[in-house]
Design a protein around this ligand. Structure first.
Ligand code: SF4
Ligand code: SF4
Length: 79
C-alpha cells in the first residue's frame, strides 16, 4: 500500500529563511558524534545533510536535533 500521501516529510527550507530569527544555533561536537543520523532524520526542516552539515540559513533553532541525540553531542549556542 502506498502511504506516501499520509506521511509528512520535511521540505527543505519550507518555512523560509528561519535562520534570521533563530535565538539558538545547534552545534555538533564531532568528538562525541557517532554519525548515527538521528538528528538528520528528525530535523523538521530537513536542514542537516548526510555528512551532518547544518544549513544555518534555514535552521530555526528548535532543538529537536539536540533532544534526539543519544550522545548529547549537540549543544544550543546563543546567537
Ligand atoms: S544524533 Fe548526535 S550522534 Fe547521531 S549523528 Fe546527530 S549529532 Fe551525531
Ligand atoms: S535546531 Fe536542529 S532540528 Fe531544529 S531546525 Fe535546526 S537543525 Fe533542525
Amino acid at each position: 500500500m502506498d502511504l506516501s500521501p499520509l506521511i509528512a516529510k520535511p521540505t527543505y527550507g519550507s518555512a523560509g529563511e528561519t535562520g534570521r530569527w533563530r535565538n539558538y544555533r545547534p552545534v555538533i561536537n564531532t568528538e562525541l558524534c557517532i554519525k548515527c543520523g538521528e538528528c538528520m532524520m528528525y530535523c523538521p526542516e530537513g536542514v542537516i545533510s548526510k555528512n551532518l552539515i547544518i544549513n544555518y540559513t534555514y535552521c530555526k533553532g528548535c532543538g529537536v536535533c539536540r533532544e534526539v541525540c543519544i550522545q548529547k553531542a549537540i549543544v544550543m549556542m546563543p546567537e
